[in-house]
Design a protein around this ligand. Structure first.
Ligand SMILES: NC(=O)c1ccc[n+]([C@@H]2O[C@H](COP(=O)([O-])OP(=O)(O)OC[C@H]3O[C@@H](n4cnc5c(N)ncnc54)[C@H](O)[C@@H]3O)[C@@H](O)[C@H]2O)c1
Length: 339
């Protein structure tokens, strides 16, 4: 199969591309290597992918429509998986414009060109942040998600709506995934687990927001990749409608579906800190801080639709996943920091 993946120098795109390449597929990886976090780490990820002859990197921005069109025209992919985005909840308070540009204008180029090049399945990455401060837990795809608390969430929800409309107008099969706090080796330095590990290793205090009372549904990267690969074979349409109508989100107007990818096992931030401490074999200096603007108190996925569609739900235990991250980071830290 031929895959076109955006965001391959990023955390999730890298892992997905590596798995597909190892299975013998062809992958074109499109990424603008944005400076949102350490570009050295992004280059290291692409360098690791380039060891596979079937990988072709294209370094350009989503907003550069001519480059995107040329790359897609040359690749003619079966499946297009759109992961590139301006991610991160906190940074959207500082620089909201970059979210509008990457996640709306950039995603629009992807959505429109996916139809032009007749991909069989377009898959786009959204986020659990679209549920905002919903109080009904766990978060179900059928719940209202109309009260986002950050520009990040608002741009992702907008992308979902634009993709739905486009799928209706052009009958382009589209799956939007909502990811729940993904972690693991080669992870993102702006995320809490990465910052905690860094600061604990440096003997610096760690900042714990929401006084440690917030909880997150953590998803281990290999489980996320497994879920995406299984979902790629489940093309939205009547033929793939799930038997239980109470969990199905297949649109009545379009071959479009929203799916949560999370394990449905939220952990409190305090327990999470203890898990990181155990994996590192060091105690953290804790600095408890109130919740920040835009923080949501908890994320908690209902994984029933994912299970119904793929027979699978994320299952790696937190201690095991955090240990894998820590083992990788101890090895890679000096190279990443040297960049
Ligand atoms: N990691 C998580 O916990 C999580 C949770 C929910 C949703 N997501 C979503 O999953 C996707 C992948 O996330 P990630 O954790 O791998 O993030 P990441 O920041 O590591 O990767 C994103 C990649 O996209 C590239 N990029 C950003 N804007 C671009 C643009 N305009 N043009 C071209 N390239 C651009 C960046 O250079 C980066 O390599 C994103 O859409 C993100 O919003 C991630």
């Amino acid at each position: 199969m031929r895959y076109f993946i955006t965001g391959t120098a990023g955390f999730i795109g890298f892992h997905l591309a590596r798995r597909l390449l190892a299975e013998g597929h062809e992958v074109v990886g499109f990424d603008g290597l944005t400076p949102y976090y350490n570009v050295k780490l992004k280059e290291m990820r692409h360098a690791a992918l380039t060891q596979y002859p079937a990988f072709r990197p294209v370094i350009a921005m989503l907003e550069d429509r001519a480059s995107l069109e040329a790359a897609l025209g040359e690749c003619k992919p079966d499946v297009l998986i759109h992961l590139a985005a301006q991610a991160g909840v906190r940074y959207s308070l500082e620089n909201p414009g970059s979210y509008l540009s990457s996640n709306i204008a950039g995603s629009w180029n992807i959505i429109e060109l996916a139809e032009r090049f007749k991909v069989k399945h377009l898959m786009i990455a959204s986020t659990s942040s679209v549920y905002g401060a919903n109080e009904s837990i766990p978060f179900r795809e059928t719940d209202k998600a109309d009260e986002p608390l950050t520009i990040y969430a608002a741009t992702k929800k907008s992308m979902e709506l634009i993709a739905h409309c486009h799928a209706h107008l052009h009958k382009l099969p589209t799956t939007a995934f909502r990811f729940f706090t993904v972690y693991g080796p080669w992870g993102r330095p702006d995320m809490a687990y990465f910052k905690f590990a860094d600061r604990i290793l440096d003997g610096q205090p760690i900042e714990i927001y929401g006084e440690g009372q917030m909880s997150r549904d953590f998803t281990y990267i290999d489980d996320l990749v497994e879920s995406i690969i299984r979902l790629s074979a489940v093309i939205p349409g009547e033929a793939n409608r799930v038997a239980d109508p109470s969990v199905e989100t297949l649109s009545h107007q379009a071959p479009f579906r929203v799916v949560n990818i999370g394990g449905g096992q939220p952990e409190s931030l305090m327990d999470f800190v203890e898990t990181v401490e155990k994996a590192l074999g060091r105690r953290a200096i804790r600095q408890l801080l109130p919740m920040q603007k835009g923080d949501v108190p908890r994320t908690y996925a209902a994984p029933d639709l994912l299970r119904a569609l793929t027979g699978y739900v994320p299952q790696t235990r937190l201690a095991e996943g955090v240990q894998a991250f820590v083992d990788w980071y101890r090895e890679a830290r000096s190279e990443i920091r040297g960049g």
